[in-house]
Design a protein around this ligand. Structure first.
Ligand code: DQA
Length: 144
């Protein structure tokens, strides 16, 4: 089984970006820990980060030929992107939405997600553990 991990805009700045909200670990740190967990779970993972909505849409469109599911932190596009939602629907892939912070505890504009309604599930507020919980949940679901 192969799972794609997508990090949306500004997640390349992890470690430097508002560390009181997003923590001290860099994107490379996060990806190595995801890779280690994938090894334990016996699945392969691929990684993609982009600050561009169009590139994320393109990656989702191409993903079905190689991947069985996606763990995605869409960043700010969570709250704005009908295009990402439509790409998920047309891909037919199972997607888990993850957020480092608890978006529901923050500004009102972060409470709306265009992705949640087409996701298998949402993990929000566990720091970078949100990615690990999301990956575990997705792999369990796809293994059933
Ligand atoms: C985020 C939450 C979003 O509201 C924000 O725009 C991000 C990161 C999170 O991981 O907590 O870029 O997705």
């Amino acid at each position: 089984m192969k799972i794609l991990i997508i990090h949306g805009p500004n997640l390349n700045m992890l470690g430097k970006r508002e560390p009181e909200i997003y923590g001290a670990e860099t994107l490379n740190d996060v990806n190595s820990q995801i890779e280690a967990l994938a090894g334990e779970l016996g699945v392969e993972v691929g990684f993609f980060q982009s600050n561009s909505e169009g590139e994320i849409v393109g990656k989702i469109q191409d993903a079905a030929s190689e991947y069985q599911g996606i763990v995605m932190n869409p960043g700010a596009y969570t709250h704005t992107s009908i295009a990402i939602r439509d790409a998920i629907l047309s891909s037919g892939l199972t997607v888990v939405e993850v957020h480092i912070s608890n978006v529901h505890k923050r500004e009102e504009f972060r409470h709306k997600s265009y992705v949640s309604g087409v996701a298998l599930g949402v993990v929000s507020g566990f720091g970078i553990d949100s990615y690990f919980l999301g990956l575990r949940g997705l792999v369990n679901h796809l293994s059933d």
